[in-house]
Write a protein that binds this ligand. Structure first.
Ligand code: SF4
Length: 344
């Protein structure tokens, strides 16, 4: 049985990887034209290929399957993977209805709905529209993004977005295309764009909850020390307002500490009386419009006996428990006011 499962798994994995086709050499692409031109230049000059894991292959497969279906059943009258070009940089429109309608299809899941239409996808469609306009085939190209929500396809009907070509986007894309083509011919990377900084996107920053750096950061900016605030992605203003809120909370708690402690003590006293009277289901005390209710759960909750971990170590031995335990140096976070010398 194990051998059959292994065989099935291997076939599935192989097919998933093959669905991506052969990895093409890196070239300038209209879909990347909005990104840092210098980054694009280095990627192509050095043929930088990102490793593709099985998870990415799986996502790619979803797109391939749905695009196949769209081609057969929904848009048989469109030109599929229609090639457009701007300053020699090529792109392939998913579905082109000549002379002026471009439909780009993306497969996604319902978790991503709040972020639609995606920033990069909008630029990609605008790059195709710019190329189409530059080719002279139309003066007024119309772009659309169609999101296939693969875990609930009916939702796709609500996620078709019109992407107009703005004059600013057209200008930026044309400039980037021209710059890349000229630099490529000269064999020199484009200069670092104005207003870029080594500590801010796209050179470095926080994205999807973790800190990233452009793979060419050192080449563009030399050795840089990343400021802690940039690495954490928290501005000094945010720290200041959180600190103020914390100070206000401390003050509030100090004012109410005695009374809160009293409430805890009353609660604990009610629990204690109920523990001493196992048949008691509920206990209520009242005063001044307040009612304190202690009530036993209907179902017992599984709890560890006090000192269970230590007793298990003694009875079973630490080696037995080791696979279930982990050891780490805990990271504690303290707030201090600047000028406060007390060590944490
Ligand atoms: S470090 Fe910044 S300027 Fe250099 S290639 Fe990367 S994004 Fe562009």
């Amino acid at each position: 049985m194990d051998a059959i499962v292994k065989e099935l798994r291997e076939r599935l994995e192989r097919a998933m990887q093959l669905s991506q086709g052969d990895r093409q050499p890196q070239r300038f692409r209209l879909s990347m034209l909005h990104e840092c031109p210098r980054y694009q230049f280095f990627v192509v000059a050095e043929q930088l290929q990102e490793p593709v894991g099985l998870e990415t292959s799986g996502h790619f497969l979803k797109g391939v399957l749905f695009e196949h279906w769209l081609r057969q059943a929904v848009f048989p009258d469109a030109l599929y993977q229609y090639e457009v070009e701007l300053e020699g940089i090529k792109g392939h429109v998913d579905f082109y209805f000549p002379p002026d309608v471009v439909v780009e299809v993306k497969a996604t899941t319902s978790n991503s709905i709040p972020f639609l239409p995606d920033y990069s996808h909008r630029w990609q469609v605008q790059a195709y529209l710019t190329a189409l306009k530059a080719s002279g085939v139309t003066d007024d190209p119309k772009g659309f993004l169609l999101y296939l929500i693969v875990d609930n396809p009916a939702l796709s009907l609500n996620h078709i977005y019109h992407i107009p070509l703005t004059p600013q986007a057209e200008w930026i894309l044309q400039q980037n295309a021209r710059l890349l083509s000229e630099c490529w011919q000269r064999g020199e990377p484009p200069p670092i764009p104005e207003r870029f900084s080594p500590h801010q996107p796209p050179c470095a920053g926080v994205a999807y909850g973790s800190y990233y750096t452009c793979p060419f950061l050192k080449r563009c900016w030399g050795e840089t020390t990343i400021p802690a605030a940039a690495m954490v992605g928290v501005s000094s203003e945010l720290v200041a307002s959180a600190g103020q809120a914390l100070a206000a909370q401390k003050e509030f708690l100090a004012r109410w500490r005695d009374k809160l402690t009293l409430a805890e003590r009353i609660g604990e006293r009610l629990r204690q009386v109920m523990r001493e009277n196992p048949d008691m289901e509920e206990l209520v005390v009242e005063g001044g419009g307040w009612r304190v209710v202690a009530r036993r759960d209907r179902q017992p909750t599984e709890m560890w006996q006090e000192g269970a971990k230590e007793r298990m170590k003694q009875d079973l031995g630490e080696d037995f428990l080791r696979p279930y335990l982990r050891y780490e140096r805990r990271i504690r976070v303290y707030w201090q006011q600047v000028g406060e010398e007390r060590a944490p």
